[in-house]
Ligand binder design. Structure first.
Ligand code: HPA
Length: 234
């Protein structure tokens, strides 16, 4: 047990999928894993462990934003010996070429700040995905016929952004989408020498104002979960 995760030693797998939403962890575990077992419910941040094609997998909610993800990822790595962390989540599209429901596999994650600012200070570390996971995720997405984009994303600190000029600069620099967790996930995975990746579904679009209708969400998010699982065990 850790401060924020109630699972007993050995109850969390080396491979952990991390959606922001704890109820999406529950849905993904019950939909895609065999014998899913609830292993954490501290603060309602649900975590499950089961198997996928015989491989042990956990799905643990991260909460929203980098400070929350940092707590769960740190404890998974330090106390439960996680070796592969894959964020599965939604993002806002930032290019005209990116459509609602498309999948973005984040090669890099830019940010204005992360919880690692205290370590890096004025140094701009470049948080990037694990190459083996990235390659396997793209292969899996292409095999499924899912429209997939691979490139840089932006991990923001605020959802209700008061700086449209910053979004314009991100778009201008080819950033594909915005979410709020991946940059710190990549920092932590680099620091601890483990594999990290973010596979994202575009749920809304900053340029067009489009948004995924709620009835379409499950189907689209399901592709992302399968891509993450296939990448983890490729
Ligand atoms: N901004 C930040 N995070 C997000 C968004 C967004 O538009 N969509 C999904 N996660």
């Amino acid at each position: 047990m850790t401060i924020h995760i109630g699972a007993k030693p050995g109850e969390i797998a080396e491979t952990v999928l991390m959606p922001g939403d704890p109820y999406r962890a529950k849905w993904a575990a019950e939909t895609f894993l065999d014998q899913p077992k609830l292993v954490n419910e501290v603060r309602g941040m649900l975590g499950y462990t089961g198997t996928w094609r015989g491989n042990p997998v956990s799905i643990q909610g991260s909460g929203m934003g980098m400070p929350s993800l940092s707590i769960y990822a740190n404890e998974l790595i330090r106390d439960y010996d996680a070796k592969t962390l894959i964020r599965i989540g939604s993002c806002g599209g930032m290019q005209q070429s990116v459509g609602i429901r498309d999948v973005i596999v984040a090669m890099t994650a830019s940010s204005m700040s992360t919880p690692s600012r205290g370590i890096f200070r004025d140094f701009d570390f470049a948080p990037c995905a694990d190459w083996s996971l990235l390659r396997a995720a793209v292969t899996a997405a292409e095999a499924k016929g899912v429209t997939t984009h691979v490139g840089g994303i932006y991990s923001a600190d605020v959802f209700y952004d008061e700086r449209p000029d910053l979004n314009e600069q991100m778009t201008r620099h080819g950033i594909l989408g915005v979410e709020m967790e991946a940059a710190e996930l990549y920092n932590l995975c680099a620091r601890h020498g483990i594999r990290g990746l973010a596979v994202l579904t575009v749920s809304d679009h900053l340029l067009t104002g489009d948004a995924l209708p709620s009835e379409d969400r499950e189907r689209s998010f399901g592709d992302m979960v399968e891509i993450a699982l296939e990448a983890a065990f490729a």
